[in-house]
Design a protein. Structure first.
Ligand SMILES: [Ca+2]
Ligand SMILES: [Ca+2]
Length: 186
């Protein structure tokens, strides 16, 4: 367990802790699903919207199933740092977890980013999302370059899935995965 791997997981879970109270709840995951769908402009009840919500519900269920020894008495909240430990020790290497949660989310994000449907994300398609989030073109292009591992100017499906998985499992501060969640090396 390295500090960078820990940092990637903690950075992600801090984003999930919508209320910022140091605990994660089912409501936090539902809120994250809603904000993700909002950022991607997915209409409520659409297939992509349903996929995102189902995957984040499953993510919470996995955390509950694997932990909760320090949870609130009613089991409705788990400390964020305990969630990070569960992720680190139990879930990052669990294929069933990825297939139910991160996989469908990554697939949906890829399809939405791929605005023209050619099964690859171009620089322009990628930058458009960054600009919509209030980030600069410079940062977007830098991140794009990191994720486009073979340097052909397109993020293909394999590169995208690899970078998402890498975000959870890599200990390398310069890995593309660190960039998926906007975690910059010191
Ligand atoms: Ca495309
Ligand atoms: Ca590429």
């Amino acid at each position: 367990m390295t500090s960078q791997k820990q940092r990637n997981i903690e950075a992600m879970l801090e984003i999930f802790d919508v209320g910022g109270d140091g605990y994660l709840t089912a409501a936090d995951f539902a809120a994250h699903a809603e904000s993700t769908c909002g950022a991607l402009r997915l209409p409520a009840g659409s297939p992509h919207w349903t996929t995102i919500h189902t995957a984040l519900d499953a993510w919470w269920d996995h955390l509950v199933a694997h932990g909760g020894t320090q949870a609130h008495a009613d089991g409705s909240a788990i400390p964020t740092d305990e969630c990070a430990t569960i992720m680190r020790d139990r879930l990052v290497d669990d294929d069933a977890f990825f297939a139910a949660t991160v996989g469908p989310i990554a697939d949906t994000v890829f399809r939405v980013l791929d605005a023209d449907g050619d099964d690859a994300i171009s620089t322009d398609e990628y930058v458009a999302v960054y600009l919509a989030s209030g980030l600069t073109r410079e940062i977007a292009v830098e991140a794009f370059t990191k994720i486009d591992v073979d340097g052909d100017g397109r993020i293909d499906r394999g590169e995208f899935v690899a970078v998402v998985r890498d975000a959870f499992t890599s200990a390398d501060p310069d890995s593309p995965g660190a960039w998926f969640f906007g975690v910059r090396p010191d």
